[in-house]
Each structure stands twice: as C-alpha cells, then as structure tokens.
Design a binder for this molecule. Structure first.
Ligand code: ARG
Length: 453
C-alpha cells in the first residue's frame, strides 16, 4: 500500500469511528509515470465566482491538488480510463470559506464556568470533530478567529499534513482583550484565573499600546496568520456591554501597525458604533459582527475598503437555545438588543456597497450548520450570487488567499462543491452539499459522482 493510500485508509477508519461521519473517499486517478493524477470534473453548471454568472457544460481538468484548465466540455477530450467526477447534472461552485469560526468550541454550553473545566485537550478533540463537520458542509476554508494558544495554528498544520480531514485554516491566536473586556473572565473571584495554566486561557489581556505590541509580536512568533482584537464589548461575555468601546484607538492602531508590519491581517470584534469607527480608522481589515454600525461607520468602511463579516444567523440559535442552556438573563437581553439591529444594519451596509465576507461565528451555533447563514444574507439584501461570492472570492481576498482559493480558475486549488439545485434560485440548497473536493481529493460524494470513464 502506498503511504498516501495507507493514510487515507487510516483517516477513513478514524473518521468513521470517531465522528460517525462519512469517511474520506480519497479517490484519485492512477498516477501516470510523468506526474500527478489527473481528474476530470464535468460541471453541468459552473459558478466559478469570477462573476455573478453561471456557465453550462464545462470541464475542469484537475492535476494533483490544483486546477490546470477550465474549458467548455466540447473542447476537452477525456481519455478512456481517466477518473471523472461526473457533476454534469449538478451545480458546481468553489469550496466555501467561513471567515469567522471557532473550531475549538462546542455550541452546547456558553457558561464561562467551562473555561475553568475544559483543558486544551478538550479543545483539541473538539477541533478534530468540528473540522470534519465543517469540511463535509462544503467549507473548504476557514479563518479561525479565537481559541487557546495556539490551537488554530496546530490545527492548520495537522490538516495540511493530512493527519485528519478539515478545511484549510487561516489561524489566529487567542483574541486580544482589555482587562475586564469581552475576552476576559469576568464575574469570577479575584485570582481564579491565576489557577489556570496560561495555555488554558482562550484570550490574552493587554492594556496600553506597548502591551498590545508585545502580544501581537508574540503571536506572530508562534505562527498565527491573523490577529484578532476585541474592540468593543460582547453579547456572550459577562459584565460588559456590546455597544461600549473597549480598546482605545491607540491600542487598536498598535495592533494594526504591528500586525501589518509582520504581514498579518487584523480582524476586530466590534458591535458598538464608536468602536467600529475607531477600528476602521486604525486600519483593521475586517469588522466582525458590526451590529450597531451607523451611516458614518458605513461610509468609513467603504472609504477604507474594510470588510464586514456579520454573523447574522447566530441570533436564531442563541435565542432558540437560551432556556435549554440556562443562558443568563444578561446575555439574553444583550442578544435581544443586538440581534435585530445587526440584521437591519447589515442590510444598510449591503445597500451602501460595503465589502462583505461570509463569517458565522460557528462554535456559538453547531459546526456544520454554517450555510444556514446564506438565507439571512439574501433576506437582508444580498443577491444569491453576491452571498456566494462573499463566501468564495471575497472571503479569499479578505483572508489573503486569493492566489490559491475562492474561484475556480486555472492555477487555483481544486477546492469545489456541488449541489443538486441551482443555488441562484434557492440559496438554501447550500445547506446540503452533495460533493466536496479539496485539493483534488473527494472527501464527500453522496451522488456517486466519482467514476471511471
Ligand atoms: N461572539 C459574539 C459575542 O458574544 C456573538 C454575538 C452573537 N449575536 C449576534 N447577534 N451576532 O458578542
């Protein structure tokens, strides 16, 4: 058995046993003497995300992990014996990208007491299971924006090494919070957090620009791709207000300057109106949540080219589960204050032409349900094509992976999905993806698309 086949066999068994999710298929054409395996993907309808349009009857020639050519079916002759992925009756799109996940987190408890109960090992196990669920849902890429140090970096490495199936990961470290801010352990007796090992804390505290500079540099040293700052208060934290600015402008500016100097993008959690504006002024690359943005903030985001990554599905799940989870009244009230406004303000930002990238905060709701957000993105002002591009070409641009991901063109990774209905007619079809290919390998095939010609 070749090492690759052996690895696939191990992964398949592992995934079946560990998570009860369909095993990796690992079909590839036999290697020719001269180079990597060639797979022909027949696409009945192709949304390549370079425009808002569909093209019919196209073939993608995949060589190894990348697309070598995309051409009309009539122009490609498929040799006998070649491996074909027959999607000639289906709609083929680039693999989706979720720019706001927490793969370490589970969505069945929000109580901060878990911060002192769970170990980094729990987070690691969650990550293996959640990475698989995310990939099977058609998300071949994520930007993971907050976890214990340095879970997301290790997850990225393990998935890239082929240790287990998962999306490509753009990794942040622990979010950077002010003392008492959205990331801090508020409401505990003094000293409780000192009983935790530093590696158990899924946040880093910084007060003052110098402290911020040190943490950003340290995170870069440990291999993060992106810096996550907590600019304002939050919903699911204790004792703070989503609308209140937390980091100062100078602290944010330091995070941005230090991150950018190291070639890292900076994402700012920001619900509050003034915090959003200071984050944009400071030069962050994306505003996460953006709930209470006003007209001026919208204009500023347009002027700066800042992306909005708004988790507008979350509200349904949080309020739906509040009783079952015993969610404290404080958090329920904050969600009620923010949820509806976030959706209305998202619609205003879309209308104004703010750049939108898809991001859900998966981990607050169950991993694998990421695509449920598309419904709301369309309901609140985007076209179906626009919503898909937010999760493909625009997402890849935001996370600095446009060279490799986000569109189906020659030279890019062969990361693609298929659905059995036209997503431009009914966006919700993306909630059930039948085929997932990542880097030329088929990880999910519910319709028997992989065949020999
Ligand atoms: N992590 C976010 C926070 O606690 C979740 C916000 C969810 N609510 C929403 N309407 N998007 O602030």
């Amino acid at each position: 058995m070749l090492p690759f086949q052996k690895a696939c066999r191990i992964i398949s068994v592992y995934v079946l046993v560990a998570s009860g999710i369909p095993a990796v298929l690992c079909q590839t054409a036999p290697k020719s003497e001269s180079g990597p395996a060639i797979v022909y993907v027949k696409a009945g309808h192709l949304f390549d995300a370079t425009s808002d349009n569909l093209r019919d009857n196209v073939v993608l020639v995949v060589e190894g992990e990348r697309i070598r050519k995309v051409a009309p079916a009539a122009d490609i002759s498929i040799p006998t014996g070649a491996t074909v992925v027959d999607l000639s009756k289906d709609w083929v799109l680039p693999g989706l990208i979720d720019c706001h996940t927490h793969l370490e987190a589970r969505a069945d408890h929000y109580d901060p007491i878990w911060d002192v109960k769970e170990t980094p090992f729990d987070g690691g196990f969650n990550g293996v299971v959640n990475a698989n669920k995310t990939l099977m849902a058609g998300f071949t890429g994520v930007r993971d924006v907050g976890s214990q140090p340095f879970f997301a970096v290790d997850l990225r490495r393990a998935i890239d090494a082929g240790d287990f199936p998962g999306p490509r990961v753009v990794a942040s470290g622990p979010p950077i919070s002010i003392t008492g801010g959205h990331g801090d352990m508020n409401g505990f007796a003094p000293g409780v957090e000192n009983l935790m090992y530093p590696a158990e804390r899924d946040f880093q505290l910084a007060d003052g620009p110098e402290a911020v500079r040190h943490i950003v540099r340290e995170q870069v040293k440990y291999g993060v791709d992106v810096i996550k700052i907590l600019a304002t208060g939050g919903v699911l934290s204790q004792g703070d207000k989503p609308g209140a600015e937390q980091m100062t402008y100078d602290e944010m500016k330091m995070a941005v300057d230090t991150g950018h100097a190291a070639g890292r993008k900076v994402a700012a959690h920001a619900h509050g109106t003034e915090g959003i504006k200071d984050a944009v002024r400071a030069g962050v690359d994306s505003i996460e949540h953006g709930s209470l943005i006003d007209a001026e903030g919208i204009e500023m985001m347009k002027a700066h080219g800042t992306y909005l990554v708004a988790d507008i599905y979350n509200d349904d799940y949080i309020l739906g589960k509040a009783v079952e989870f015993g969610l404290p009244k404080e958090n329920v009230d904050k969600e009620k204050m923010v949820g509806r406004l976030q959706r209305e303000n998202f619609a205003k930002a879309v209308t104004a032409g703010v750049k939108i990238a898809f991001g859900t905060d998966a981990g607050v709701y169950p991993h694998g349900d990421n695509a449920k957000q598309f419904h709301y993105m369309v309901k609140f002002g985007m076209t179906p094509a626009g919503a898909i591009r937010a999760a493909t070409s625009s997402a890849a641009d935001l996370i600095d992976r446009a060279k490799d991901e986000g569109t189906l063109e020659a030279g890019k990774y062969a990361d693609l999905i298929a659905v059995t209905e036209n997503p431009l007619d009914r966006i919700e079809v993306l909630e059930h993806v039948s085929v997932v290919m990542k880097g030329g390998k088929v990880y999910k095939d519910e319709i028997g698309a992989v065949a020999k010609r």
